[in-house]
Design a protein around this ligand. Sequence first.
Ligand code: ZN
Ligand code: FE
Ligand code: FE
Ligand code: FE
Length: 158
Amino acid sequence: MKSMMDVFEHTLQDIYYAENALTKALPKVAAAATNPELKKGISEHLAETKQQIKTLDAVFKAVGKKAQGEKCDAIDGLIKETEGVIDEAKSDKARDIAIIGCCQAVEHYEIARYGTLREWAKVLGHNEAHDLLSSILDQEKAANSKLTNLAVAQANKK
Ligand code: ZN
Ligand code: FE
Ligand code: FE
Ligand code: FE
């Protein structure tokens, strides 16, 4: 990597890999959840994630680069951690709460990445890419807020 564009492209490949990894991991997470609202929320975000990959294809196109992923160690670690707590949880309630926490860690990772990427796109003069990345960022923020609301509702039930 030499230029800002190189760094932008590398990070775009990183999040492209991450979204693809999530489409493979989320069905297992939804299946492990007990709370119907949590299950539904994860399934809906899975559908949204598949759309995000298409939006990322459009971002690659807008900046004149080939759509491809590059291994993201962070998302692999977050997914591994999620699978770990699912296995370790001894009750449905504990598992649901742990799943919410893990999903929020993923959303925060995505929010960090998209927040950075969209600003870089703007600086690089790629306004279409900036707008597309901003639309995904909004979805990730909304997903995170939903999880926060679910966590509060779950905790209040105790
Ligand atoms: Zn990387
Ligand atoms: Fe995403
Ligand atoms: Fe990464
Ligand atoms: Fe997300």
